[in-house]
Ligand binder design. Sequence first.
Ligand code: SF4
Length: 420
Amino acid sequence: MDRILQFNVSLYSYTPQGAEQLYKQAEMIYYRLRLYQILKTKETLSVDELKSELGDNPLKHLLDVEDNAEVRLARHLDYLSHWTLKIAYSNQQPMFFMKCELRWFKTRFNNMSHDQRMEFIKKNNLNLTPATDTEKSNLKLWGQNWYKFNFTEVTLLVKLRLYPMYKGFIFIPEHKLVFWLTEKLQKQLQSSLVHCRKMLPSTCDQLNMLINTFELVQPYSDTTSRSFKLCDLKKNVEHFPLCMKFQYENLEKKHHLKHFSRVQYGLFLKGLGLSLEEALKMWKTEFTKKMSERCFQKEYSYFFKHQYGTVGSKIKYKAQCCDTILEQSVPSGFVHGCPFKHWDASVLSVRLREDDVCDEDVRKILGLKQREQYRAACTTYFQSVCGCKLDDVIDHPVKYYDKSCSSIVDIEDLVLSDED
Ligand code: SF4
């Protein structure tokens, strides 16, 4: 434990040993939840701003550079409260927990001195490979220290294509090492959350009672109040499951979708929070590239208003789940349905390669398709394109979208923030 508590940041690799008095644990939970509340409400914060927001919260000492008794106490509090809340959040909103934790880690790591960062990496037995002089000169890597990583170690950074890549390696400057560590922490938290969820029923009654006395901080979005803007459609398509990406691409290309596609894609966008007004704008913009506005109003606008329950039977239709989509038959010439079930293996395999799914995952997905495990195939696709593990199987296109957005939210924070 002493080794773990040597730094202001931690990868929380080991379960804490020893017992804490209950009132102490309650205090720790309280302080960490206050931290989450701040991280939830303030999208960007400098170290000084975060410190001032934390006020009398002892966790603020982890943003100090010097080492003293208060800092060491804060490290202890941080470690234990992390584990207690991991157990609590493992059963509800694990993605929100992860988002807060990754941001907390990133802020502290970036606030550490060069020597502290290097010492932290060394003490955690993490291997850093510096770029050689030849690599530096060939790739024109000037200035500070550069390190090289295998693509698999920093998948999201590879996806963002911000730094030079060569023969399966990406080269990262020292001040961006946080990308590498955050990805490590993210993977660790994912498996640790699954483990915590499994052991939840066997955790001691006292701890369960304690957790239940606190109202956990929750993320904002829920299915009833979510909103999705048409202007964000293009940039968010990368988070769509393959069935919906295909609808989007067909609408863009052919400026028309047949009935079952309009049902599948229209309800999906409604499920994401696209308003009727914006939905009508989107369909009209595309359809009127091939037909008159009068024809669109006469033949199609009623359909979309009906879909949103504002005319006719006024039924509030929900986005279709995977089982509903999988049950449909898809005659030739139609594009609705689930690619993992309704496409030929050869067509699917070409598309998977276009989406940069590695050979091993392509084989796995085709095997799952053959065994009719379509949702598991979709889950493998998700894991391959998003670069993160899922602890359950995809069963709804909206769920796929939400999980995909959460998987990169921390990296977006890192890219947008330049405080380091
Ligand atoms: S499994 Fe569900 S989310 Fe995935 S492609 Fe098929 S229908 Fe879409």
